[in-house]
Write a protein that binds this ligand. Structure first.
Ligand code: AFP
Length: 341
């Protein structure tokens, strides 16, 4: 009998155990972050369950404007937002919440106010729900300066100030990828236990990848460096093999593949959208944080993505993120263009 293998299978590292282990490295810690994370995990489990039932509900006629009790059915993205807002407020550890779904930030009132702000997209890629493509929740966590006097400036901080970031992907399995600033770990939900188990310890993105991921339908509006980069992926000038194109159109799924297999994900600026499409606080920053923590890079076309200082909560930015060497190449193309000005 393979006792070591058996031990490996029975000694389960749950996400809570992992975070408590991390917490024990900081004797001054009072467990606030662990409590906050538990509430985020609860939100992810709820959304995972709702997403997995969504297709079935539609097939058997449960979804629509009203449910069997005659109550109005909520759209999944609206429902997910409500679940996360309530879970985060009730944790008693948050102060300011910024959600993709809400125009204004939510300021948590004093009895439940804590020291963290959370920026999140409760259900990113939701236009893909009806065709069963993987979608996800993305989040980033900041510490606020003064819990007595929170201001919007507390969330308008560069991404490099985030304490933690992660995403949960609702796909063939439910996977939560997290960084608390010392590497990246992936946890998979075991539905029979209702627990996220560490399945992808210390994720490192390959130094160079064989895949590029971009919406090529926007090519006619791209700037020179992006167009040149993608051309080079298809027709490499150094004689190396052409890269494969993979694009789902759901950031969590595209970034998850990039993180595990290597390569580059691009959502560039174009003539129609000079700031690209993706939102700085709850798409660009958390994913850039994870990429850097996994040994990759994230670049906006002008600077390191995590150095950007947002001026509005729903601001957008172009982003190029992924394997270190691949991002290095696009940086060189932008630098070369800058030199010709
Ligand atoms: P939805 O939430 O509207 O589906 O948008 C998803 C998203 O913000 C991000 O997850 C994708 O990477 C990106 O948009 C895809 O955008 P395009 O459809 O323009 O390629």
């Amino acid at each position: 009998m393979d006792h070591a293998g058996e031990a490996h299978r029975t000694d389960l590292m749950t996400i809570t155990r992992y975070v408590l282990n991390e917490q024990s490295k900081h004797p001054e810690s009072r467990g606030d972050f662990t409590i906050l994370l538990n509430h985020i995990v609860l939100g992810c489990k709820f959304v995972c369950s709702a997403v997995s039932k969504a297709g079935l509900a539609k097939l058997i006629g449960l979804a629509g404007d009203t449910n069997v009790q005659g109550e109005e059915q909520k759209k999944l993205d609206v429902l997910s937002n409500e679940v996360f807002i309530k879970a985060l407020v009730s944790s008693g550890r948050t102060c300011i919440l910024v959600s993709e779904e809400d125009e204004e930030a939510t300021f948590v009132q004093p009895p439940l106010r804590g020291k963290y702000s959370v920026v999140f997209d409760p259900l990113d890629g939701s236009s893909n729900i009806d065709c069963g493509v993987s979608i996800g929740t993305i989040f980033g966590i900041y510490m606020i300066k003064d819990a007595h006097e929170p201001t919007i400036e507390d969330v308008l901080q560069p991404g490099k100030n985030m304490l933690a970031a992660g995403y949960c992907m609702y796909g063939s399995s439910c996977t939560l990828v997290l960084s608390t600033g010392s590497g990246v770990n992936g946890f998979t939900l075991d539905p029979s236990l209702g627990e996220f188990i560490l399945t992808h310890p210390d994720i490192k993105i390959p130094q160079k990848g064989k895949i590029y991921s971009v919406n090529e339908g926007n090519a006619k509006n791209w700037d020179g460096p992006t167009a040149k980069y993608v051309e080079n992926c298809k027709f490499p000038i150094d004689g190396s093999p052409a890269k494969s194109l993979r694009y789902i159109g759901s950031m969590v799924a595209d970034v998850h593949r990039t993180l595990l297999y290597g390569g580059i994900f691009l959502y560039p600026a174009d003539k129609k959208s000079p700031n690209g499409k993706l939102r700085v606080l709850y798409e660009v920053f958390p994913m850039s944080f994870l990429m850097e923590q996994a040994g990759g890079q994230a670049f906006t076309g002008k600077q390191r993505a995590l150095d950007l200082i947002p001026t509005q909560i729903h601001e957008r930015s172009p982003v190029f993120l992924g394997s270190y060497d691949d991002v290095e190449e696009i940086k060189a193309l932008y630098a070369a263009e800058e030199n010709t000005k």
